[in-house]
Design a protein around this ligand. Structure first.
Ligand code: NAD
Length: 397
């Protein structure tokens, strides 16, 4: 459970509300059977989890495609979505889906599996119970497959723009992380971004766009790692060149001087941004972190033990449910656009993400100062207050 005793006490959550927040509303556990070119017939495990739907339906959350994703992790990610959507004040419940298959599969094989997945959960999609989006291993291309299977634009967000995707949605999560980094640098480090050094784990959708936006704002990205390895340059990495390298070679490794993922977390940088997988900042490396600020681009990159160590060391950390919420904020606009038939442009998407995230950032820091708790506890408390209020409004508690 994400809430700890201190947050529960602060919010004054009743036992009944706590019991509801502590359970998983629904789990779909299914097998996908398909014929993959070059691999023959395969059977693949897939899950859909609704953690809490008091602010939905729909339950909102991406589809993760990874060979090591588990049901437990999918539940944890759905729970994060419950608090993230509440913190952003969106009328969505928390959901997540996963397909247990390699994130590096060729696009045609991914499309085959996602098509089977869409068949299997067709009722969830077309009834509006679950509205997916991209996550690790999936992209607008796989969302296009879901649109192709349902022919309903409101069934999925993060689609390509040509089939009703929102201009700016693709980069919205990374853009939002950059907005939060800039504000956190200003308020917590008393500094503009210019010249601040940054280390980023992950150079997929979130990580690559964070690097782009931070570089454009004058920060110096000195280190980037991913599943292939990593690169470090004290003079700053040219992000556009790195993108070309990754497109050609499939990963960051080989671009300049090597840096491992382990080394990244010990590097002397001002700002550290985990933007890949979960559970990478642990009790084993939290004491070695030299960064002055951590901003969570990934979901759940920091374990509870590491969180406590960082708090004791007075290293401020902006939590996932705030920092990486730009994607779901933009997804809400995409969903609304599909329902209303309206149109928008990239600048409006950026402006909405910026406004919503900065408001949530302000509320979170104010709560932190008022109650003398970390930004993570504050963000969770604010979200929990909203969830409890909605449960009361619906007569659940
Ligand atoms: P992605 O698949 O586009 O990229 C994932 C990146 O992580 C790749 O660079 C990959 O090489 C790297 N990676 C994978 N395994 C690794 C490992 N063991 N060590 C180091 N790096 C590794 O995924 P994404 O959409 O960028 O998602 C990244 C994180 O951001 C995830 O935690 C996801 O849940 C979170 N997130 C994504 C969105 C979104 O809109 N895509 C929104 C909110 C949060």
């Amino acid at each position: 459970m994400l809430l700890d005793d201190e947050v529960i006490r602060l919010v004054g959550i009743s036992d009944r509300a706590l019991a509801i927040l502590g359970e998983t509303d629904r789990t779909i556990d299914t097998r996908l059977h398909a014929h993959l070119p070059g691999k023959g017939p395969v059977s693949v495990q897939a899950y859909v989890v609704y953690h809490n739907a008091v602010r939905g339906p729909p339950c909102k959350g991406g589809i993760r495609m990874s060979s090591d994703v588990t049901l437990q992790e999918t539940i944890q990610l759905a729970e994060i979505m419950t608090y993230k959507t509440a913190l952003m004040d969106l009328p969505f419940g928390g959901g997540k889906a996963s397909i247990v298959a390699g994130s590096g599969l060729p696009p045609q094989e991914k499309a085959t599996l996602v098509r089977e997945f869409a068949h299997k959960i067709r009722n969830e999609l077309t009834s509006g119970a679950y509205v997916p989006a991209p996550d690790i291993g999936t992209s607008p291309r796989e969302m296009a497959v879901i649109f192709g299977e349902t022919h309903m634009r409101e069934c999925v967000t993060g689609k390509p723009v040509g089939i009703g995707g929102l201009p700016g949605r693709r980069e919205a999560t990374g853009y939002g992380v950059a907005v939060v980094v800039e504000q956190a640098a200003k308020e917590l480090l008393n500094s503009g971004l210019s010249g601040l050094t940054v280390g980023v784990q992950g150079f997929g959708n979130v990580g690559s766009w964070v690097c782009t936006f931070l570089s454009e704002r004058g920060a110096k990205v000195v280190a980037v790692t991913d599943a292939s390895g990593g690169a470090v340059s004290r003079d700053g990495i040219d992000i556009e060149e790195l993108k070309k390298h990754v497109a050609k070679h499939g990963g960051v490794e080989g671009y300049g001087k090597h840096l491992s993922n382990e080394e990244l977390f010990k590097l002397d940088v001002d700002i550290l941004i985990p933007a890949a997988i979960g559970g990478v900042i642990t009790r084993d490396n939290a004491s070695d972190i030299k960064a002055r600020l951590i901003v969570e681009g990934a979901n759940a990159p920091t374990t509870k033990e590491a969180d406590e160590i960082l708090s004791r060391r007075d290293i401020p950390l902006v939590p996932d449910i705030l920092a990486n919420a730009g994607g779901v904020v933009a997804s809400y606009d995409e969903w609304m656009m599909a329902k209303s038939g309206s149109r928008t442009n990239k600048e409006e998407t950026y402006s909405t993400v910026r406004k919503v995230l900065l408001e949530a950032f302000r509320e979170t820091l104010d709560y932190s100062s008022a109650h003398e708790v970390s930004p993570r506890k504050s963000a969770l408390a604010l979200a929990a207050e909203r969830l409890v209020e909605t449960m009361e409004d619906r007569g659940w508690v």
